[in-house]
Design a protein around this ligand. Structure first.
Ligand code: TA6
Length: 290
């Protein structure tokens, strides 16, 4: 294990962020005039070889233990591997961006055995008044393969027990806590350990009465939306969670996981994107939480 690389700072007129080449890991983003939007644990790993708790881990080429339920490391090898910075600058809209690539040659031989395919992955982070993350995967080999992927976005919230996630009403989901198939009714609220994989392609809005803001989370090329909060009991058992931090975070993840893998024939590519913007909380929504 070695110390993490220095973060790359992306500075734009309407926002600023930081990203590591290790895992192509977005670590921070704050739009002009707002508090930081991404949460990172105070006990997050500071050395390579371990996943970083918080920011936006890139889950690839599998999610969690994979569809076999036995894959290691959890969430694949991309987030614990050094990516190559291959471009950075300002785009025509004035956003600051950086782009990283990963190929099998960058992955340790041992980890590569779990996914013996030729691929090229690119993670592009763009910051300004919005945060845009794009994971593009190309099958550069001769054989068709399937992947799972997710942008495991950890949002900073004032109090997870008081936020409401709007946009999932009526959406079916797999409850990873109870192992049940269920359907969401109304806004999602966090009343215990929450670990849900929704069959969902649209936008969600995270209403945060304590920070007085709405985080608008939209996406492209994604059939799964994952919502996760470990709650206090599970967080206490995680060394990279300070005991009370679970209440200041909520993961809302764009992905293609479990029953919605991405299948790529030779030469095919797929892009998964997530965009986060900050809006003020409406008076009606603020009143909801009292
Ligand atoms: O995205 C939710 C989830 O799959 C949960 O099941 C939980 O395991 C979380 O990811 C964190 O995973 P990690 O490997 O980063 O501890």
């Amino acid at each position: 294990m070695t110390r993490l690389p220095e973060p790359l700072t992306l500075t734009a007129p309407h926002g600023e962020g930081t990203v590591l080449s290790y895992g192509a890991h977005a670590m921070s983003w704050a739009p002009e005039g707002h508090e930081p939007v991404l949460w990172v644990s105070s006990r997050a790993a500071t050395e390579t070889g371990r996943a970083i708790r918080g920011g936006v881990p890139v889950c690839f080429p599998w999610f969690g233990p994979g569809r076999t339920g036995e894959m290691t490391p959890a969430h694949g090898f991309a987030r614990i591997t050094e990516w190559h910075l291959d471009d950075q600058g300002q785009d025509d809209a004035g956003n600051a961006f950086a782009s990283f690539t990963l190929t099998p040659q960058d992955v340790s031989e041992q980890l590569r055995e779990s996914f013996p395919h030729e691929f090229s992955a690119t993670l592009r982070m763009s910051v300004g008044s919005a945060l845009r993350l794009e994971l593009s995967v190309t099958n550069t080999g001769e054989e068709t393969f399937e992947i799972e992927e997710a942008l495991h976005t950890c949002l900073s919230v004032g109090d997870a027990t008081r936020v409401r996630v709007r946009g999932l009403d009526g959406v079916p989901f797999h409850d990873k806590v109870t192992k049940e198939q269920r359907t969401q009714v109304g806004d999602l609220t966090v009343e215990g350990e929450t670990d849900a994989v929704f069959a969902h392609r649209g936008e969600v809005r995270v209403l945060d009465p304590d920070l007085g803001r709405t985080l608008v989370v939209s996406k492209e090329g994604s059939d799964s939306t994952v919502v996760w909060n470990p709650w206090k009991d599970k967080a206490v058992g995680m060394s990279d969670f300070a005991d009370d931090e679970w209440q200041q975070m909520l993961c809302v993840e764009a992905g293609n996981v479990m029953g919605s893998p991405v299948r790529l024939a030779a030469g095919e590519s797929h892009v998964l994107a997530q965009v986060i913007e900050v809006e003020p909380l409406s008076e009606d929504d603020a009143a909801l939480q009292g």
